[in-house]
Design a protein around this ligand. Structure first.
Ligand code: C2O
Ligand code: CU
Length: 458
């Protein structure tokens, strides 16, 4: 597969799939049929790739709705495995969260499940399988949800850009098996074919054109540092939540499941180009290039203003909050000696025999008892400590948290945060969504190898 790697990364060949036409939510149901399909993932010199997708494509249908809408989505399972759908980052009712064993039964082959969602927040979200997700998401079971603000910013184009990382063989088929021990104990299942999929592909761009790009990292394990050339811009939202203060756009690093909304102005002149670059160590690889032709306006527009905030509580203090330690251990080059698994203390070697390599607070896999229980409206602080040799993309279900910074200041609302080896960072939230919620590493290989737990609100 060195082949495809070189073609797409080294030579910057553009492999771009246009997503299936989007589905505008209405009062009627949206059908999501999980099934095998074949798609032209790599270029025409390669055969089509057998994937698992929603409605026969990858990404699945783009769900577009307006903030405040209620939508219904019917999952129907035509796969050989049970499945479920999780609405990543949406603050939904617990029974709609899509986690087998916690909020619902897995949907068996030939069966269906109806999800009903209240769209409280505007922004860029995504949905994906939450059963055997290290395999099912890697095979293509995901899609994007765009929840439009009633007062969306004025841009010339609004484009979704999905970043994914596939492990393909010489004939462009998804490499098996899944669950390789080396992957699971290191940085996860990394692929050899990284590409960006645009929902509408600008044939060209024009000077002073303003675009909103909604980046979504759907890779199971790959951290994606990207940048754009020929533009100047700002990050205006992260994980679907508007930033109070716009961040100038430099290298944008998205861990698995993270999103960023970016507003860019094309600054390249006529005959110049705009590049989307993936950064790997000290190298940059062109994922896409767009020719610039003509000008959309004679002058640049003024800097955009922040998007209207979502109706989520913003922290002002963590005085008196309950703190919950969340210590990450295990993996290759870690010093984990033993861990609790299914109620038994096992040596590292016995854990590995069970496919368990990572622990949170000394326990691998989903504990029977919640990590903690909290009454509604309490403020909780997770003290995250990464005592492993790898980064982890910690994701909480049910609501967003904010990083606790010095002097009673707080970072932006996030649902997934990248915690580097050795880091100790605190994240706080108000427990306002009742139910049983997961917190896990969104490097899905790490999740399946133990890095997950849950808590109960209310
Ligand atoms: Cu996007 Cu529990 O996951
Ligand atoms: Cu991890």
């Amino acid at each position: 597969m060195r082949n495809i790697h070189r073609r797409t990364l080294l030579k910057g060949a553009v492999a771009t799939v246009i997503m299936p036409a989007f589905t505008r939510a209405s009062t009627s149901e949206i059908l999501l049929r999980a099934k095998p399909a074949s798609v032209q993932l790599v270029d025409a010199d390669h055969p089509q790739t057998q994937i698992w997708g929603y409605n026969g494509g990858v990404p699945g249908p783009q769900i577009r709705a307006v903030q405040g809408d209620q939508i219904a989505l019917r999952l129907s399972n035509d796969l050989v495995q049970p499945t479920s759908v999780h609405w990543h980052g949406l603050r939904v009712k617990n029974s709609m969260d899509g986690v087998p064993g916690i909020t619902q039964k897995a949907v068996l082959t030939g069966e269906e499940f109806l999800y009903q969602l209240d769209l409280r927040d505007a922004g860029t979200f995504w949905y994906h399988s939450h059963n055997r997700s290290a395999e099912q998401v890697a095979r293509g079971l995901y899609g994007v949800m765009v929840i439009v603000e009633p007062d969306a910013p004025d841009v010339d184009r609004d484009i979704v850009v999905v970043l994914d990382d596939w492990r393909l063989d010489e004939v462009a088929q998804i490499s098996e098996p899944f669950g390789n021990l080396h992957d699971h104990s290191h940085a996860g299942r990394l692929g050899n074919f990284i590409h960006a999929m645009f929902d509408s592909l600008p044939a060209q761009m024009a000077t002073n054109e303003r675009l909103r790009l909604r980046f979504v990292n759907t890779a199971t394990d790959r951290i994606m540092p990207i940048s754009l050339r020929g533009v100047s811009g700002w990050v205006v939202a992260r994980d679907g939540m508007p930033l109070k203060k716009l961040e100038p756009l430099g290298i944008l690093t998205l861990g698995p499941a993270e999103r960023a909304d970016v507003i860019i102005d094309v600054t390249a002149e006529h005959d110049g180009e705009v590049l989307l670059i993936f950064h790997d160590r000290n190298q940059g690889y062109v994922l896409n290039d767009f020719r610039v032709s003509g000008a959309a306006a004679t002058v640049r527009r003024p800097k955009p203003t922040p998007l209207s905030p979502n109706p989520i509580e913003t922290l002002v203090s963590v005085a008196g909050a309950r703190t919950i330690p969340l210590r990450m251990q295990g993996g290759a080059m870690g010093d984990l000696q033993e861990g609790l698994y299914k109620g038994k203390m096992l040596s590292m070697r016995d854990l590995v025999d069970q496919g368990q390599i990572w622990t949170l607070n000394g326990e691998a896999g989903l504990p029977v008892e919640p990590l903690f229980e909290t009454p509604l409206h309490a403020t909780i602080v997770f003290e995250m400590r990464n005592d492993t040799a790898f980064a982890h993309a910690m994701h909480m279900h049910g609501t967003h948290f904010q990083e606790v910074l010095p002097n009673d200041t707080f970072g932006p609302h996030k649902d997934t945060v990248l915690i580097q080896p050795g880091e100790a960072r605190d994240f706080a939230f108000v427990a306002d969504n009742p139910g049983k919620w997961l917190i896990h590493c969104h490097m899905l290989s790490h999740q399946s190898a133990g890095m997950k737990t849950w808590f109960r609100v209310g």
